[in-house]
Design a protein around this ligand. Structure first.
Ligand code: NAD
Ligand code: DAU
Length: 352
């Protein structure tokens, strides 16, 4: 094997796309997927690659320093792509400590494991930390974009924990010389996203004729990126990015939540053969999220300029693919929503 990469959180939404891309595109890399399999981690997301000879799954907690050190040494890991995290803002409002533990202490334990394991031999090593645009806070509706130099101003316990983890990553570079790199990405969508997030939640509720909860008046704006484009950016940056740099990754694709929900209704109804407007009445305005950031929008021109990356999948194409995928994979959705997949993993791997 030419290299061994440790990908954390590879059983989650974005991680599974990154693992699939690296396992299939680089057969001479060994890919070790380290995941705790929380409620958000599902090995069914990787069934198509789980038997590939260059793929290894390790169930474990990134907060467990001894375990991480052991696996990094055992596999002679020379690159880390760190995605494991608690990722849902609403959950962070209810349970901030879990977010501080996994996102802050978990990242710190991975950094420390890499520092000990690589022990100053930095040549050919890279610790690549995946972060979010939410660390930059919120933009107004009158324009402006987050750039790599926008000051951090997180508002939710989730974004505060991600901001803290970003600071630790940079501190490990500046203090110990660990070769690190950080990217901050906008909202992803696509197959295998846990249906608590806006897009899969809405598709699932339209399908099951349940209310579509829109927070506040639905005027909040997000910048949407198809998940495979994010995985492609991670590949380009892992191989061509400069150590100690930050790159923003965005979709150039802003949508108000209410407009996005209407697009999802139109697309889902059409694919289900329902008449136009059939599900409009499901829209239900509910209490706003506490501390709800009004608008996110990313300037990813640095990434385009330096590494030639731009999103390849248009929003219309991405939404069509995504809605089709959820409708064609109802079994996956039902399993995830009912919690049946958790019982399956309990039988296979023991209690979570
Ligand atoms: P996800 O919630 O779908 O998956 C997270 C994965 O991490 C799961 O497989 C889970 O089991 C695993 N995990 C959680 N705690 C763990 C622990 N202590 N030890 C080991 N594994 C653990 O998340 P996602 O949406 O795929 O996001 C992945 C990363 O990308 C996160 O770091 C997130 O902050 C970042 N990000 C997400 C988005 C987005 O729109 N989803 C955008 C920008 C950045
Ligand atoms: O910007 C990147 C971030 O995008 C990632 O770092 C996070 O991990 C990811 O979860 C996502 O955060 P958001 O809070 O933007 O995503 P979410 O899908 O939860 O919500 C998108 C928007 O839709 C947000 O403005 C809140 C709103 N919303 C969400 C849900 C779940 C609703 O109106 N109704 C809902 O039921």
């Amino acid at each position: 094997m030419k290299r061994t990469l440790l990908i954390t959180g590879g059983a989650g939404f974005i991680g599974s796309h990154v693992v699939r891309r690296f396992v299939t595109k680089y057969p001479d890399y060994r890919i070790v997927n380290l995941d705790k399999l929380t409620y958000a981690g599902n090995l069914a997301n990787l069934r198509d690659v789980e038997r590939c000879p260059n793929y290894v799954f390790e169930r474990g907690d990134i907060c467990d320093l001894d375990f991480v050190c052991d696996r990094m040494q055992r596999y002679a890991v020379d690159g880390v792509i760190h995605l494991a995290a608690e990722s849902h803002v609403d959950r962070s409002i209810r349970d901030p400590f879990t977010f501080a533990r996994t996102n802050v202490l978990g990242t710190l334990s991975l950094l420390e494991a890499a520092r000990r394991c690589w022990d100053g031999k930095w040549e050919g090593k890279l610790f690549y930390h995946i972060s979010t645009d939410e660390v930059y806070g919120a933009l107004g509706l009158d324009g402006g974009l987050f750039t790599e130099t926008t000051p951090y101003a997180p508002h939710s316990p989730y974004s505060a924990s991600k901001a803290s983890s970003d600071h630790f990553v940079r501190a490990y570079h500046d203090t110990y010389g660990l070769p690190t790199l950080v990217t901050n990405c906008s909202n992803n969508y696509g197959p295998y996203q846990f249906p608590e997030k806006l897009i899969p939640l809405m598709i699932n509720n339209i399908r099951r004729r349940k209310p579509l909860p829109v927070y506040g008046r639905g005027e909040h704006v997000r910048d949407w990126l198809y998940v495979e484009d994010h995985a492609r950016a991670i590949d380009a940056i892992f191989h061509g990015g400069k150590v100690a740099e930050t790159y923003n990754i965005g979709g150039f694709n802003e949508r108000r939540n209410i407009d996005l929900v209407r697009t999802l209704i139109r697309t889902t109804d059409r694919l289900l053969g329902n008449p136009e407007g059939y599900s409009d009445g499901l829209i239900t305005y509910v209490a706003d999220r506490a501390g709800h950031d009004l608008r996110y929008a990313i300037d990813s021109s640095k990434l385009e300029r330096e590494l030639g990356w731009r999103p390849a999948v248009s929003f219309d194409e991405g939404i069509e693919r995504t809605v089709r995928w959820y409708l064609e994979n109802e079994a996956w959705l039902d399993e995830v929503v009912s919690g049946e997949y958790e019982r399956y993993y309990e039988r296979m791997y023991g209690a979570r």
